[in-house]
Ligand binder design. Structure first.
Ligand code: NAP
Length: 258
């Protein structure tokens, strides 16, 4: 396959301002895609130029930012519609998510609902709005961000595991539902990736816990957002044209090791 892998394509990336989503936007833009960044806020959690401005400057693609809370269906629809300006959506990355540690016995309904609304409902309707357009356009690729927590259960993370497990099986059901429309639906399962999520939300990076995590990873390093972005590039591109209903682990070997 020669030439940029996403030449002429348009991607909508939820949670695209920061972390994994920001890196996916950069990687896609470097391969020629126009980008819609759909996020609650424009400013990256890690600081720096807003993602859409960065990719316009660095890669000479078209890009825009849409203020989008994925729990709001009108926001999601507007984010997908924003791709029309660039020729219509080809790739949808349902990446926005939150991660919290909690004690199961004390978890209240509001905390449960918030995580399920963002991590599950946001993905479900993100796929639905993208798929409506993709059916009209003749196909596309949808990537849902699960986690190693969608494959294995962990104490302290019951709600998160519940949400990411739901994303995994939702992805498989959607692959079956949408495959006949030439829409591929796949999931990525990152392990521990160095983003603000692991620095500020659940403090692992830079703490004593970090070394313990590292020892559970066969490659003995935490992942970088670029590792996730490269997997998302593969799944978005025609290199993965016969890959549908798949779970791609990006975890340094952690999940499948003893
Ligand atoms: P991150 O650095 O916190 O980035 C997440 C982005 O999503 C932020 O810009 C955040 O905005 C945005 N966001 C949060 N809630 C949103 C909502 N309701 N609507 C729209 N955008 C929203 O986290 P990350 O590590 O890149 O995580 C991205 C995805 O990867 C998540 O689904 C996460 O569960 C998954 N993942 C991450 C890891 C890891 O180790 N980092 C591992 C496995 C899976 P704010 O700035 O307002 O918070």
């Amino acid at each position: 396959m020669s030439g940029p892998l996403l030449d002429g394509k348009t991607a909508v990336i939820t949670g695209g301002s920061s972390g994994n989503g920001r890196s996916i936007a950069e990687t896609y833009a470097a391969e020629g895609a126009d980008i819609v960044v759909a996020d609650i806020q424009e400013t990256p959690r890690e600081g720096g130029t807003p993602t859409h401005e960065l990719v316009i400057d660095e890669y000479d693609v078209d890009a825009t930012y849409v203020e989008c809370n994925v729990t709001n269906l009108d926001d999601l629809e507007a984010a997908v519609d924003a791709a029309d300006e660039f020729g219509g959506i080809d790739v949808m990355v349902n990446n926005a998510g939150i991660f919290r540690q909690e004690t199961f016995i004390d978890t209240d309904e509001d905390a449960f609902d918030q995580m399920m609304d963002i991590n599950v409902k946001g993905v479900y309707f993100g796929v639905q709005y993208a798929a409506r357009k993709m059916v009209e356009n003749g196909g596309g690729s949808i990537i849902n961000m699960s986690s190693n927590a969608g494959l294995e259960g962990s104490a302290g993370f019951v709600t998160y595991c519940t949400s990411k497990g739901a994303v995994r099986l939702m992805t498989y059901a959607l692959a079956d539902e949408l495959g006949p429309e030439n829409i591929r639906v796949n999931a990525i399962h990152p392990g521990a990736i160095e983003t603000a999520m692991l620095k500020d939300d659940v403090e692992i990076v830079g703490t004593e816990a970090e070394e313990g995590y590292r020892q559970t990873i066969p490659l003995r390093r935490l992942g970088q957002p670029e590792d996730v972005a490269d997997a998302a590039l593969y799944l978005a591109s025609d290199l993965a044209s016969y890959v549908n209903g798949e779970s791609l682990y990006v975890d340094g070997g952690m999940t499948n090791s003893g």
